[in-house]
Design a protein around this ligand. Structure first.
Ligand SMILES: NCc1[nH]cc(CCC(=O)O)c1CC(=O)O
Length: 308
């Protein structure tokens, strides 16, 4: 007998973290619909970002590298929804697509990982820290100008392996990814959000759909976590206001307490020599405006020279 058509086809990258995230979305969809998990087909799609291992992504074109091919599959209806790390999603969606939902955010913080030191402060003078993230590089250099920062690429497991083989003395990874992979025991120290502001949307899983696909949007609305969606909308508005200057290290993090949203944003130079931060508060209904205004304000404070 022919297999019945899936209720929904979920597109994802093939990395272990991406698959864990797609499986989480599938489990939640099965729970809210009462359908078996097998009714939700996971379609693995290779992206440009997966193929580039040798250069910092910021040089190749930054955001979008992990999403382009998946968005194409969405636009051509080969899949019904895409599961992304919301952090990797381009600020401006392709025409016809939108961020339809977010799952409840995991811990948004960065984990410091080292076999040689208990914390960033504890690393010996001149130690090597591996990260391909300009934000992490800038925040590290701000705290420890003596450290040597070099790119460290590959998926989470690859980076942990490179650390263990001594290629670098330390690295930083999102604790969310480690948690989802069951690898949190590798975290040596958790960086506080106050001094180590997370990347926009770090820890959140975003679900992208076609804007006109009401059927799929009704499904995913049932698994949306509204507080996360609101915080991510604020953070992404901040990123949009600072428009795609993907070579500028930038961080933005919103938290909610009741109906109040608190936002913290930061721009820095890659060498950590200059940084400007900003804070904003307001009603959650103004989430997008709070992020947008913080971004515009930082753009003004930084001046034109900051974004080259
Ligand atoms: N750019 C890679 C990426 N995209 C999302 C995560 C972690 C999971 C998340 O932030 O939700 C990671 C790895 C990392 O930064 O450690």
């Amino acid at each position: 007998m022919a297999q019945s058509a899936p209720l929904l086809r979920l597109g994802t990258r093939g990395s272990p973290l991406a698959l864990a995230q797609a499986n989480l979305v599938r489990a939640l969809l099965a729970r809210v619909t009462g359908a078996p998990e097998t009714a939700f087909e996971i379609v693995v799609i290779k992206t440009t970002g997966d193929a580039i291992q040798d250069r910092p992504l910021s040089e190749v074109g930054g955001k979008g590298l992990f999403t382009k091919e998946i968005e194409e599959a969405l636009l051509s209806s080969r899949i019904d929804l895409a599961v992304h790390s919301a952090k990797d999603m381009p600020t401006i969606s392709q025409p016809g697509l939108l961020l339809a939902a977010c799952l409840e955010r995991e811990d948004p913080r960065d984990a410091f990982i080292s076999l040689k030191a208990k914390s960033l402060a504890d690393l010996p003078h001149g130690a090597h820290l591996g990260t391909a993230s300009l934000r992490r590089q800038a925040l590290v250099k701000k705290a420890r100008p003596d450290l040597v920062v070099s790119p460290l690429r590959g998926n989470v497991q690859t980076r942990l392996r490179k650390l263990e083989s001594g290629e670098v003395d330390a690295t930083l990874l999102a604790i969310a990814g480690l948690n989802r992979l069951g690898l949190a025991q590798h975290a040596t120290h958790i960086m506080p959000v106050e001094t180590f502001v997370p990347a926009v949307a770090q820890g959140a899983i975003g679900i992208e759909t076609r804007g006109d696909d009401n059927r799929t949007r009704q499904f995913v609305a049932q698994i949306n976590h509204a507080p996360t969606f609101i915080a991510v909308a604020c953070e992404r508005a901040f990123l949009t206001a600072l428009d795609g200057s993907c070579k500028t290290p930038l961080a933005g993090h919103a938290t909610l307490s009741g109906d109040t949203l608190h936002f913290r944003g930061l721009i820095a130079r890659p060498d950590g020599s200059a940084a400007h931060d900003i804070a904003g508060n307001g009603h959650i209904r103004d989430a997008v405006r709070i992020g947008d205004e913080a971004g515009r304000e930082l753009k003004k404070i930084g001046g034109p020279d900051f974004f080259d």
